[in-house]
Design a protein around this ligand. Structure first.
Ligand code: GRF
Length: 193
C-alpha cells in the first residue's frame, strides 16, 4: 500500500488543531530506527494550537493555514505538501473535515485517530456521548481517511474498560494514553502489509 524505500523514511505531515499530544508521540516514534516515517511538517488551521510548540522543540517545519474558506485553504495546503514532497498525512486532533477532492489527492495516504471504537461514536464530543449511553467499553481507532467523516477502513483499535466512577476527564485521559501507543503501532502495521 504505502512503501518505504531502503533507508529513506516516508515524509509525513501531521495535521493538528490543539494540544498535539499525539503529534508528540508520533515525533518520538519517528526518531526510532524501526519507524518507517519521518515527521517533516506540522500543519495547523489554528495559530494558537499548543502543539505547534513541538515544531520548535524538535525543529520541524510548521505552517498555519487560514481556514476562512476551506477550499482555498486546502488548495494551498496541497501545494505546500507537494512542494515538501510529503507522502503521508497523519491527522491528530485536526478539527477540519477534508474534502473529497483533497482526499482523492492523497488517496490511501491519510490516517486519522479517533477516540472511540469506530464505527460507534463518530464525530465530536465522543466521551460525553459514550458515558451518556452507559457504554461498558470505549477506546480508540486509527483508520484510513475517506470522504466520509470517521468512516474509512479501520487499521487498529484498542479497547478500554469504563469504570463506574468514570468522568469525561478520566476517560479522555485514559484513552489518550492508549492513543499514543496505538498510532505508532498502526503505522508499523500499514507498512508491513
Ligand atoms: C485525540 O483524542 C484524538 O483522538 C482526537 O483529538 C484528540 C487530539 O488530542 N482526534 P491531541 O491534540 O493529540 O492531544
Amino acid at each position: 500500500m504505502i512503501q518505504s524505500f531502503g533507508n529513506n523514511k516516508v515524509k509525513t505531515a501531521v495535521f493538528i488543531s490543539g494540544k498535539g499530544s499525539n503529534l508528540k508521540s508520533l515525533i518520538k516514534f519517528s526518531k526510532l530506527k524501526i519507524s518507517p516515517i519521518s515527521i517533516n511538517l506540522i500543519i495547523s488551521n489554528n495559530k494558537n494550537a499548543k502543539g505547534l510548540l513541538f515544531g520548535n522543540i524538535y525543529n520541524i517545519k510548521k505552517k498555519i493555514f487560514n481556514y476562512k474558506t476551506s477550499s482555498s485553504a486546502e488548495k494551498k495546503i496541497l501545494k505546500f505538501l507537494k512542494l515538501n514532497k510529503i507522502n503521508l498525512i497523519c491527522l491528530a486532533g485536526f478539527m477540519k473535515v477534508l474534502s473529497k477532492d483533497f482526499v482523492k489527492n492523497f488517496n490511501g495516504k491519510i490516517l486519522n485517530i479517533h477516540p472511540s471504537l469506530l464505527p460507534k461514536f463518530k464525530g465530536l464530543n465522543t466521551h460525553e456521548r459514550v458515558l451518556k449511553n452507559n457504554e461498558k467499553y470505549s477506546g480508540c481507532t486509527v483508520h484510513f481517511v475517506n470522504a466520509k467523516l470517521d468512516s474509512g477502513k479501520i487499521i487498529l483499535q484498542k479497547r478500554v474498560k469504563i469504570s463506574k466512577t468514570e468522568t469525561v476527564k478520566t476517560l479522555k485521559k485514559k484513552i489518550l494514553m492508549e492513543e499514543h501507543k496505538l498510532y505508532p503501532r498502526a503505522i508499523l502495521r500499514i507498512f508491513s502489509l
